[in-house]
Design a protein around this ligand. Sequence first.
Ligand code: ZN
Length: 185
Amino acid sequence: MSTLKVARMGHPILREKAKELTLSEIKSERVQRLIDDMIETMHEYDGVGLAAPQVHESLRISVIEFDLDNERYKDSGVQSLIVCINPKVKVLDKKTHGYWEGCLSVPGIRGYVKRPQKIEVHFLNRMGQKQTITAEGFLATVFQHEFDHLDGELFVDKVASPEQLAFTEEYLRYHHNPEAEEELD
Ligand code: ZN
């Protein structure tokens, strides 16, 4: 396994619509190695998630990992490391909630983004098997952030106004509430 270089905002690959994978592509050695490398890269940079375009591969793959110790997910039955291939999202509840999002491709910047908080996600796992997960709250935001990358979108596109953007230092100083819910990074 190896750590991959992460594309930063301004790199055209982050704005491309990524390609769906066929079952035989999913099972190929190249894609399996890419998934392993994406997981290692996510760990290396301490990210919650990573999408293939962020490592210069225009393919519809996202890896997501979150802390199962967190009360929020304890009884969700959801695994802590999820590999999503060709994901599709169905919004179950349009009610939105905002989080200060961050992104490995937009280092040093946070943005307040409101997204639906109850979604159903259909995807293939790394074995090519069909999976369905219902995600709520913060996890719903994480999925939507990672899947936006597959359509060439970044969280900075989704802030209500540029006033909802901040450098990490200013975010921590003026907008961060340690008592409040977790942030995305
Ligand atoms: Zn991101």
